[in-house]
Design a protein around this ligand. Structure first.
Ligand code: AMP
Ligand code: ZN
Length: 444
């Protein structure tokens, strides 16, 4: 089943043909870590995790790189506000990000480079751009010389004038052309900085990804991905840097971009009060519920994140785990209908509807694995409780003890007592189900 992906470069769906089939290489732009990431940031992580899983099933060797931007002006501002060091802030927020993404069922990438570990590579890349006539130093800055690149703007399909309007680039006296962008900027003594041929300073954001992808995946690689908002200027500028430095016709062969996540039809924003971090949502919903909702729309479409959508995803997973519960599950291949749906530019909603058609629990579990779903023990699923609720209600051991007491009462034909125990648990939010293999329970 051949994989077809929509390539932003051509604005068309194209068959995926790796540059080197013995080693497929994927780069996804990661977050800037200064706080908990929001639910929109989780969308690229989850959808490109489905892509990574698919590539790993089909190719012997896949390298997936997803960076962490741990140097940025937003980070410096936040560290100063918090009165903590940049290192302490980024260590803490990067660890929270990794834990949150893992709770959403995302596999860790093969390499998760931090920008601050690649400053040497960034400086080398900038020197190369200067040497090749694509960058110039001015007043402690180094700028990329946009007019030096023939087809700058090809990814975003913007003309030179549109580029300037769209980028809202700072007009600065040291720029030769208003579209020129920063590769390196000077730091004051109070700001984070590294020594460089242009004085003490720090890198611009775009050069970070060119340096990390170049160092870890090579001068050209297969797929580069991220959210739609990164097409311009971030990805356009990455292409300009990498192609001009390495002299190739492409940086990545395929460029994939996910659409935006909205909250109940509105753009998420702090001022609208509809801003949710993954961290806080994970207190209220199992990670799998959030994951299923994130995969319920095809990745290029806008996704509406609503409380109803979360409740529906919870209901679907309750039903599916109910089908798996108590069954002896055998390993099965991923059903063809699921593979076919995903092979068509990651059509996850079609894959989910194919899962709804499956009756055999083993096939359901195998099909869901392609989406990173239904891989936990069904009993663990049904025991999940929102943060705080498990502390307020009876613990797992207390519930097991009550079930054993009820069992003993039933054996002694004391049905009044056994009903009392069941009703008491129900009042505490625990539902018992008697089946052929004994009594199971869930937090309702
Ligand atoms: P940032 O830290 O802002 O660079 O964002 C990290 C990733 O999340 C990028 O790939 C963004 O394109 C993506 N992203 C940010 N906001 C949203 C959103 N509301 N919906 C979908 N993706 C988003
Ligand atoms: Zn990037």
């Amino acid at each position: 089943m051949s994989l077809v992906v929509y390539n932003t470069l051509s604005r068309e769906k194209e068959p995926f043909v790796p540059l080197d089939p013995s080693h497929v290489r994927l780069y996804v732009c990661g977050p800037t870590v200064y706080d908990y990431v929001h639910i929109g940031n989780a969308r690229p992580v989850v959808v490109f995790d489905v892509l990574y899983r698919l590539l790993k099933r089909r190719y012997a060797r896949v390298t997936y790189v997803r960076n962490i931007t741990d140097i940025d002006d937003k980070i410096m501002v936040r560290a100063a506000e918090n009165r903590e060091s940049i290192d302490a802030l980024t260590e803490r927020t990067a660890a929270a990000y990794q834990s949150d993404m893992s709770r959403l069922g995302a596999l860790p990438p093969d390499v998760e480079p931090r920008a601050t570990k690649y400053v040497g590579e960034m400086i080398a890349l900038i020197e190369r751009l200067v040497a090749r006539g694509h960058a110039y130093a001015a007043e402690g800055h180094v700028l990329f010389d946009v007019p030096s690149m023939e087809d700058y703007g090809r990814l975003s399909r913007r003309s030179h004038d549109e580029l300037i309007a769209g980028a809202r680039v700072e007009v600065a006296p040291y720029k030769k052309d208003p579209a020129d962008f920063v590769l390196w900027k000077p730091s004051t003594d109070a700001q984070a900085g590294w020594p460089s041929p242009w004085g003490r300073g720090r890198p611009g954001w775009h050069i970070e990804c060119s340096a990390m992808s170049g160092a870890l995946l090579g001068e050209t690689f297969d797929i580069h991905a991220g959210g739609l908002d990164l097409i311009f200027p971030h990805h356009e500028n990455e292409i300009a840097q990498s192609r001009s430095a390495f002299g190739h016709a492409i940086m990545a062969k395929y460029w994939m971009h996910n659409g935006f996540l909205n909250i109940s039809g509105e753009k998420m924003s702090k001022s609208l009060g509809n801003f949710f971090t993954v961290h806080e949502l994970l207190d209220q919903y199992p990670g799998e519920v959030i994951r299923l909702l994130l995969l319920s729309a095809q990745y290029r479409q806008p996704l509406d994140f609503t409380p109803e959508g979360l409740a529906q995803a919870k209901g679907t997973l309750d039903r599916w785990y109910g089908l798996l519960r108590g069954k002896a599950l055998e390993d099965r291949p991923i059903p063809a209908a699921v593979e076919e749906a995903l092979s068509d530019d990651l059509n996850t909603p079609l894959a989910i509807s194919a899962l709804h058609q499956l009756r055999d629990p083993s096939e359901l579990k195998a099909g869901a694995s392609a989406l990173g779903l239904l891989q936990q023990d069904p009993e663990a699923w049904f025991r999940w409780a929102p943060a705080g609720a498990a502390d307020a209600g009876p613990s797992d051991t207390e519930i097991e003890a009550a079930i054993a007491a009820r069992q003993a009462a039933r054996k002694a034909k004391d049905f009044k007592e056994s009903d009392r125990i069941r009703d008491d648990l129900k009042a505490k939010g625990v539902i018992l189900e008697d089946g052929p293999k004994g009594t199971t329970w869930k937090r309702g």
